[in-house]
Each structure stands twice: as structure tokens, then as C-alpha cells.
Design a protein around this ligand. Structure first.
Ligand code: THU
Length: 159
């Protein structure tokens, strides 16, 4: 038997002012996106902002549905829009926040498993790590690549 450990680090920032300028700008856009979320069922309004290689920023938000599984998370709305419309552009970063009753939620919003898998696909596709900035009212966490959020992941290599 051989035991292997998987380690990763993340940065924690107390507030948006402490974030690197480029991250803070992306967070602003994610907040803007969250305001347009369609989330009448959960009332959990998520916004995501994607930064492309050419510095373009694209926004997405969660789109819910009366048939619950038909809805989609903010991260995948933003990422799929980016990949659909700018297929040549590498994705550099994504910021994620959530609003409840118009205010940032107290706990850091970490992406769901499906969104992690979608981010990993984009990371693999462009062979470029995606910086993930996750926000809350009480601070921000940042990881340098989607791969950190999905150890032992399934990729196209297995096919
Ligand atoms: N949601 C996102 O959009 N992103 C996340 O990272 C977590 C969850 C959405 C899905 C659903 O519309 C609502 O938040 C509650 O789960």
C-alpha cells in the first residue's frame, strides 16, 4: 500500500480592498452580474465574472427553473458563454459572489462539483490555470487553478 497526499493552498483576503486590483475589478463585475440573477426559487442570487486573455470581462448569473434540475449555476452560464462566443480566448480568472436580499452572503461561495468540472475542462482545453476568486461579506478566498478544487478528477485523458 502506498499513501499519497494531495495538497493545495489558497489565499484569504479580509475584504475587497485587500485583493489585488485585477481581482477586485472582477469581483465588482460578479456583484453586478448577481443583481440580474434569475433565482426566484432559492432567492440565492449568484454572479460570476470571467476574465479572458484579451482582458475582456464576461458575466453570468444563476438561471433557475420551475423544474429545478433544468436551471444552471452562474459559473457555468458565464464560462459557457465565454467558450461559446470567444473560443480562441483563454480564460484567466473567474470571480464568484452571491447576494441574498441584495447583500453579499456571509459565507464564501465555493463552486459546486459540476462547476468545478466545467472549470477544469476549460483549464485543460486552454492549458492555462484559471484563478478562482470566491467572495463573501466577510472576505475572499483565491485559488490559482481549478485543478486544486477537484483532485483525482476525471479528464479527457481517461477516454
Ligand atoms: N449556485 C450557483 O449559481 N453557483 C454556486 O456556486 C452555488 C449554487 C446556484 C444554483 C441555484 O440556482 C442556487 O445557487 C441555490 O443552490
Amino acid at each position: 500500500m502506498k499513501k499519497t497526499e494531495f495538497n493545495f493552498s489558497y489565499e484569504a483576503y479580509k475584504n475587497a480592498e485587500e485583493l489585488p486590483v485585477e481581482d477586485a475589478r472582477l469581483v465588482e463585475k460578479a456583484i453586478e452580474a448577481a443583481k440580474n440573477a434569475y433565482a426566484p426559487y432559492s432567492e440565492f442570487n449568484v454572479g460570476a465574472a470571467v476574465l479572458l486573455e484579451d482582458e475582456r470581462i464576461l458575466m453570468g448569473n444563476n438561471q433557475e427553473n420551475a423544474a429545478y434540475p433544468s436551471g444552471l449555476c452562474a459559473e457555468r452560464v458565464a464560462l459557457f458563454y465565454a467558450n461559446a462566443n470567444y473560443p480562441e480566448q483563454r480564460v484567466k480568472a473567474i470571480a464568484i459572489v452571491a447576494l441574498k436580499e441584495g447583500k453579499m452572503v456571509p459565507s464564501v461561495v465555493t463552486p459546486c462539483g459540476n462547476c468545478r468540472q466545467a472549470m477544469l475542462e476549460t483549464e485543460t482545453r486552454f492549458k492555462k490555470p484559471i484563478r478562482i476568486i470566491m467572495g463573501s461579506q466577510n472576505g475572499f478566498w483565491v485559488v490559482d487553478k481549478a485543478h486544486y478544487l477537484l483532485p483525482l478528477s476525471f479528464t479527457g485523458d481517461a477516454l
